[in-house]
Design a binder for this molecule. Structure first.
Ligand SMILES: CC(C)(COP(=O)(O)OP(=O)(O)OC[C@H]1O[C@@H](n2cnc3c(N)ncnc32)[C@H](O)[C@@H]1OP(=O)(O)O)[C@@H](O)C(=O)NCCC(=O)NCCS
Length: 156
């Protein structure tokens, strides 16, 4: 399977259960509950998208956008679908959505031991802004990263 056969659609409340199942697999320590996803979808400043193939949800991503600022709320791809360009596709969608809402920068927080995510963000041009030391656990920092300026980039 390639990212080209994947469709991006807005996330709706009826997707929450499937997304929450992926969330448990991907973030076992601090997974968001279904209630947290409901609360996110209810906010007018939030924009959530799914990467789907037929009826299967392969990945999801959420954005906070209120011009001029935008934050990546979450981004994740199911274990079986990783490494095929879907994370990159979702990240580009968030960047495009932030641009469409006249945001000038995109900020996110990532665990210092999350090599895959760090590589994805660095390759896309995110730069480290600051460090919240021991934020997740002793020795596991939160890195705050920023992409600025924002510009659209087609996904190959
Ligand atoms: C981070 C994550 C979203 C990446 O999604 P993905 O679909 O696997 O990534 P892609 O296939 O689109 O790859 C995009 C880039 O990510 C990086 N990457 C992906 N998997 C990687 C791995 N196993 N090791 C190192 N870098 C990796 C690479 O830089 C890659 O670019 P390349 O293909 O040019 O090498 C995915 O690994 C994931 O869901 N992880 C668990 C949840 C999570 O940590 N989310 C981020 C929270 S901040």
């Amino acid at each position: 399977m390639s990212a080209k056969s994947v469709q991006l659609i807005p996330m709706k409340w009826w997707h929450i259960e499937q997304v929450a199942e992926l969330e448990q697999q991907l973030f076992p320590v601090d997974a968001w509950s279904t209630e947290q996803f409901w609360a996110e979808l209810a906010q007018p400043t939030r924009y959530y998208f799914l990467a789907v193939k037929e009826t299967s949800v392969l990945g999801y991503a959420g954005l906070f956008a209120l011009s001029p600022d935008a934050d990546v709320q979450t981004i994740a791809v199911g274990p079986l679908a990783q490494g095929q360009g879907i994370g990159r596709l979702l990240l580009e969608e968030l960047i495009d959505q932030a641009l469409a809402r006249h945001c000038v920068q995109l900020v996110l927080e990532v665990r210092s031991d999350n090599e895959a995510a760090l590589s994805m963000y660095t390759k896309r041009g995110f730069e480290q802004l600051n460090t919240r030391r021991d934020y997740y656990a002793p020795g596991v920092d939160a890195l705050v990263m920023r992409l600025r300026p924002l510009e659209s980039r087609p996904v190959a």
